[in-house]
Write a protein that binds this ligand. Sequence first.
Ligand code: 5AD
Ligand code: SF4
Length: 440
Amino acid sequence: MKKLFIETYGCQMNFADSEVVASILKEMYSLTKDIQEADLILINTCSIRDKAEQRIHKRLKELEAYKRKKRTMQVGLLGCMAERMKEELLQTEPVLDFIAGPDAYRSLPQLIADSQHGHTSFNVLLSKEETYDNIMPVRYDANGVSAFVSIMRGCNNFCSYCVVPYTRGRERSRSPKTILGEIEDLLKDNYKEVTLLGQNVNSYYWKEEGQEVSFAKLMAMVAEMSPELRVRFATSHPKDLSDELIETIARYDNICKCIHLPVQSGSDRMLKLMNRHYDSAWYLERIAAIRRYMPDCSITTDVIAGFCTETEEEHQMTLEMFRKVRYDYAYMFKFSMRPNTYAEKHLHDDVTEEVKTRRLEEIIALQGQIALENNRKEIGKEYEVLVEGESHRSKERLFGRNSQNKVIVFERHEVQPGQYVKVKVVDCTAATLLGELCTQ
Ligand code: 5AD
Ligand code: SF4
């Protein structure tokens, strides 16, 4: 059998998509971790910020050397960059044999065959229906404990800075039946945790034979499959984080107490320009609602520093938001203007690179301090931890996560990955908790 090497960049959706791609090609290729022996290299790409794209252009240059050594090697580019730049990429990046957008993976066998016969080969058609519903992903890079399950694709929100609605197309939900079927298979394979994935999971919706399934209902259905199964989800949009969903998370012990709620900015003017459909008061009310139902729930976020026309005062409002919410973790970014977005067409990217960098550094410093203070409060507490594997630093230690998604490292003793254990927190850094195994 021929050998396939897949490299994935970007978000969790992309990693989940690469598993779908491996599944679509499994009759033709076996997977390899050694790029040199590959007959086909696939690069699954991200367009979210300019830096992500630059990194991929650089990687494509490196791939030219592999191809010179092995003339029969094919290289294909998948994902958001394929969709954004379309067939132009085949001209500017001669190493590429074909490209396929996020909704075109079923046509990969055809694209591969066409390019082998010397035809230019690309498919960047977006679909209103494709959810790869019936495809069981090949979990080639998994730890055997935790898996991602894609429940919807695309995004209809059109935040003014974001390329995703253009690269991943319209929002569509996958049928509950195939989602539950996929999770059933994971349970049979001894998986203990699933993360339900979508760009905006709160707007998951399915209707069939008069039965309606909301995201809250879907979560309840998944949680009821097994008390041994932990359920996580990402990403929520603050504008439609409902009380029904918060109540559902609170009601089930095995739905993890961690909500990722991207704030993007603390300034109402910025939020409006970003087309986020909420203001800071609404956001803080949603945080209060989460804490009313679940005082122990961790909250994480995404934030953008230096969006178009952001003033110093507005940046301070973002810092103030961080002080009020006290996030457990944050993904923090400098604004990067993306072609064809509303921002590119109508707004001015007038915050200088220097100011963006300084504002981002201020957010990072504040968040580091808050995360450390939050973690210090965990010392002395006991948590149920799902063990994922060996600690990167030492073979004598294992790591796992608590329900709040905090990483806890502890001495391994006789414990195996996939087990639930009780761990007492004894120390911490801003990023990790250090624990001791409790005798049960
Ligand atoms: N520039 C910087 N960050 C961005 N994000 C999305 N688009 C951009 C952009 N153009 C961030 C948002 C989003 C996360 C996935 O990436 O914070 O929530
Ligand atoms: Fe982009 Fe906004 Fe959709 Fe998230 S919700 S993918 S930030 S458009």
